[in-house]
Design a protein around this ligand. Structure first.
Ligand code: 4AD
Ligand code: MG
Length: 465
């Protein structure tokens, strides 16, 4: 092999004029191979783009015999001349001078053959599915969205604040935490009351994986002004749905001096920004997914970016649902925690727009939300999206020390004086929300199942790879 600097497939295809007429060096995996007795056409992909570069091998130059192991999945190093392509659908191709096989992929064993595979089957081979066009597209979009999120907040002067993954408090109070312990499970130390003696555990108390970084995020916001977190969260809910994971990533901005309206404005601007960013930077990937899975995808994304979200109090939302005459699987009445079918009815059938539902009954929301003057509802806001349901959950926070303390006592929350201190010393109105990252990726990719938008999904009875 000659000493030529490697070019990515993306670079070659996006600027063909720069390369045509010169010698190039590419490396990647074989997607397909076809040809006749004189030439072989190899579609090579290196992960930089949904598109492949075509390698043309003339058997007069490279004997067919040496290409026996160039099959789908094999990894190659190719050098040759970049030329204008005769074929349709590509501007440039490579006429190979030399091919080195890095690794073969036996046709008998390699599970990803040319024929399409179901998404269910691909979940069983999650260690190889990033090599498919579909997962390549999803994972590139996922990356772009993560980058857009950091860019959005950085440009607005928010600080990336790292909150702990191991915690001794339950932010959402939903009791869906995974416990972290080094105690011997088969021989637990017990106190006189027969209960487990956690003073002997690693942290000297009961600890869990976090369900949200919010509480610590509030400590950051009430010092730095505006912060955001972006990290993994863990929930041990036994929810086998296409929208729940046991391990998912959440983005939680928290802002001092923001009231609920400011919070809604930020949430709306934020998701629109992320979607626009992907539309602009991941066009090829989005169009591939639209073509194969969801013909309405691009229109739906544009629609969300171009339209104002509806803002509606929970009480009015429930009225609309009650008067809809629609038969829901779960009953609707004031006070109920809305199910996904209710949320989707409001968004997809009634308003046909994203909806921000506000002012929920306090009983169905977390302890930290600010109580409204009616004494019954709290300043909550859930952003509901077509096909997804809830994509964001947030609120204005209770900043009044007395009210918050009373609520925590009502709910039996103890050992959180550090949290109450934010209300004791220089308390300020503040707000924040949490965006489920995978739900955003689900929306932007048009995929149907949240297990297909994270490289290695964790859900009940599944912890492979
Ligand atoms: O509504 P949630 O539970 O809100 C909180 O955790 C707040 N502490 C956020 C805040 O105000 N800082 O979760 C926020 C979002 C949901 O709207 C949803 O998008 C996502 O996190 N989410 C999940 N995503 C995937 N799998 C699960 N099991 C999820 N549970 C929540
Ligand atoms: Mg929620």
């Amino acid at each position: 092999m000659k000493d030529i600097k490697r070019t990515t497939v993306k670079a070659l295809l996006s600027d063909p004029d720069k390369y045509i007429g010169s010698e190039v060096d590419v490396k990647g995996w074989v997607r397909t191979r076809r040809g006749n007795k004189n030439v072989a056409f190899i579609a090579l992909n290196d992960g930089s783009s949904i598109k492949n570069v075509q390698i043309v091998v003339d058997f007069a130059k490279i004997p067919e015999e040496s290409l026996k192991e160039v099959t789908t999945g094999a990894s190659l190093h190719v050098q040759g001349s970049a030329v204008a392509s005769q074929g349709k659908g590509q501007a440039i191709e490579i006429q190979a001078d030399e091919i080195e096989i890095y690794g073969t992929a036996s046709v008998a064993d390699y599970p990803l053959q040319k024929k399409g595979h179901t998404l269910e089957f691909l979940r069983e081979i999650a260690h190889l599915r990033p090599r498919t066009n579909t997962f390549g597209a999803v994972l590139r979009i996922r990356h772009s969205l993560a980058y857009a999120i950091h860019k959005f907040f950085n440009d607005k002067g928010f600080y990336y604040f790292h909150t702990p993954l191991i915690t001794a408090s339950d932010c959402e109070g939903a009791g869906a935490q995974f416990q972290v312990t080094t105690l011997p499970l088969e021989d637990l130390p017990k106190g006189e009351d027969g209960m487990v003696d956690y003073s002997q555990d690693f942290f000297g108390k009961m600890a869990s994986l976090t369900v949200s970084g919010q509480l610590e995020g509030e400590l950051g916001a009430t010092a730095l002004g505006c912060i955001y977190t972006f990290g993994p969260t863990f929930r041990a809910e036994n929810s086998n749905t296409p929208r729940h994971l046991s391990e998912f990533w959440m983005i939680e901005p928290e802002m001092a001096f923001y009231e609920i309206e400011d919070n809604m404005d930020l949430a709306e601007e934020f998701v629109k920004y992320c979607i626009s960013y992907a539309l602009e930077h991941n066009r090829d990937d989005i169009e591939f997914l639209a073509e194969h899975f969801d013909k309405g995808l691009v229109d739906r994304l544009n629609f969300v970016v171009e339209n104002d979200f509806v803002r509606l109090p929970y009480t009015e939302g429930v009225k609309i649902l009650e008067e809809s005459g629609k038969k829901f699987e779960f009953p609707v009445y004031w006070g109920v925690d809305l199910a996904s079918e209710h949320e989707r009815f409001l968004v997809e059938e009634h308003f046909k727009k994203p909806v921000i539902l506000t002012d929920y009954p306090k009983e169905i929301k977390a302890f930290y939300m600010k109580l409204n003057d009616d004494g019954k509802t709290v300043r909550a806001m859930d952003v509901l999206f077509p096909k997804i349901g809830e994509i964001i959950g947030g609120s204005q926070r209770e900043e009044d020390y007395g009210k918050l303390k009373q609520r925590m006592e009502e709910l039996g929350l103890a050992g959180m004086d550090w949290y109450l201190d934010t209300r004791k010393f220089g308390s300020v109105p503040h707000s924040g929300f949490g965006l489920g990252f995978e739900r955003l990726v689900l929306f932007v990719t048009g995929m149907q199942n949240i297990r297909d938008v994270i490289p290695f999904p964790r859900y009940p009875n599944n912890c492979d790879f």
